[in-house]
Write a protein that binds this ligand. Structure first.
Ligand SMILES: NC(=O)C1=CN([C@@H]2O[C@H](COP(=O)(O)OP(=O)(O)OC[C@H]3O[C@@H](n4cnc5c(N)ncnc54)[C@H](OP(=O)(O)O)[C@@H]3O)[C@@H](O)[C@H]2O)C=CC1
Ligand SMILES: O=C(CO)COP(=O)(O)O
Length: 344
């Protein structure tokens, strides 16, 4: 392995946690777009409330991070991912390797639609696809799994999945991230693993709503199992493999995120369950809850494709229409479902 530093692009909660994990093995450059933020990170040695490892150097220059690092970990919310890749593309070369940590989707609707336009999965992109569309980088991958940033920063035992069709990306990711308290598993199903991280956020919002309504563990068990089935249906329809959903990035992350107040998606759901509107709940959040955007995208896709992801559609009605959280639960409980496992 070269002695080059590793780059993390995005210094929010997760970007900072990833930078600190990488710093156990390498020097790390951590990019934030705001120059004042970078100065403060350099002087106070704090980022997103986390102490920075001594081997992490903050930078405000995309050129510097792309020139000095061969391996880059972009970790910004999906809403800013494409713009970031566009800005960075001038500094990227085919020798770069990118492993992103973003759990969101990008919806692209053509500005000029043909009269018979139908929204389909061809208009919904994962972050690895954005990297390939906007840059010359070929060797792409993602990291996903039960990786709540607050727990990673405490150094608690945890693990992640590096997914890529390129074995060298998986091996590089393992070498860079593996440490005494952090396991790294490989998976060749990049799309499936990306979709695991994206879709579990929907179920985490629902789990928070149940908690906000004061409901207990039986209801959460029901939600997690039906939620996994819905993730698998959507994931398969969007091109992922079923097996990824029953692994660490699927069920592992689903369990962590649906049961933790450290999850922003769960926290947002909890506020809704307690009676807040979506606008009020978002107003109280300082960090991104990707599930909200994902619910909107899956709703649009489901409508145009004539599919019915029951939990997602009910959440859409609660968040964007006038259904109350109580009515949403009653609706789901009255729905005539009866087959437990029908996806294998
Ligand atoms: N937090 C977690 O536990 C985990 C998060 N993730 C995923 O990681 C992604 C990022 O989440 P997280 O770090 O928690 O988010 P935060 O809300 O904590 O922070 C987002 C960060 O991204 C920066 N940012 C936004 N847009 C851009 C851009 N265009 N260029 C450069 N920087 C940008 C923001 O900078 P600024 O301050 O300038 O706005 C901010 O520092 C999400 O997709 C999330 O799902 C995955 C696993 C765990
Ligand atoms: O994906 C996560 C943990 O694996 C973080 O979830 P939240 O974005 O809901 O905080």
């Amino acid at each position: 392995m070269s002695n080059k530093p590793v780059g993390v692009v995005g210094a929010g909660s997760f970007g900072t946690a990833v930078a600190n994990l990488l710093a156990r093995n390498s020097d790390v450059l951590l990019y934030a777009r705001n120059a004042d933020t970078v100065n403060e990170m350099a002087t106070k040695r704090l980022s997103a409330g986390q102490q920075l490892h001594e081997r992490v150097t903050p930078t405000n220059s995309l050129e510097e991070i792309a020139t000095k690092c061969n391996v880059l970990f972009p970790v910004v919310p999906s809403s800013g991912f494409r713009d970031l890749m566009v800005s960075m593309s001038q500094y990227l070369r085919p020798y770069h390797m990118m492993i992103h940590g973003t759990k969101g989707l990008d919806l692209r609707i053509p500005e000029e639609k043909p009269h018979d336009f139908v929204l389909s999965q061809d208009h919904v992109f994962t972050m690895s696809e954005i990297i390939k569309q906007e840059t010359v980088v070929v060797r792409v991958g993602c990291l996903a799994g039960p990786n709540l940033a607050s727990e990673l920063s405490s150094g608690d035992p945890a693990a992640t999945v590096i997914a890529s069709p390129f074995n060298e990306v998986i091996e590089q990711g393992k070498t860079l991230l593996r440490s005494e308290n952090f396991q790294v598993y490989g998976n060749a199903d990049l799309r499936g693993v990306e979709l695991c991280g994206v879709l579990k956020n929907i179920i985490a919002v629902a789990s928070g709503i149940l908690a906000g309504l004061g409901l207990g563990e039986n209801s959460r068990g029901l939600l997690v199992s039906r939620g996994l089935v819905e993730m698998i249906y959507l994931g398969k329809a969007l091109g992922g493999e079923i097996s990824s959903f029953i692994g660490l990035a699927g069920i592992g992350d689903l369990v962590a995120t649906t049961s933790s107040a450290s999850s922003r998606n769960y926290t947002l759901g909890q506020k809704i369950g307690k009676g807040a509107t979506l606008e009020q709940a978002l107003g109280e959040m300082e960090e991104v809850a990707e599930g909200i955007n994902t619910i909107r995208i899956i709703h649009q896709l489901a409508e145009s494709q004539g599919i019915k992801p029951l939990i997602t559609e009910t959440l859409y009605k609660i968040l964007y229409e006038d259904m109350t959280a109580e009515k949403g639960v009653n609706y789901l409980m009255r729905y005539p479902s009866n087959i437990d496992i029908d996806f294998i």
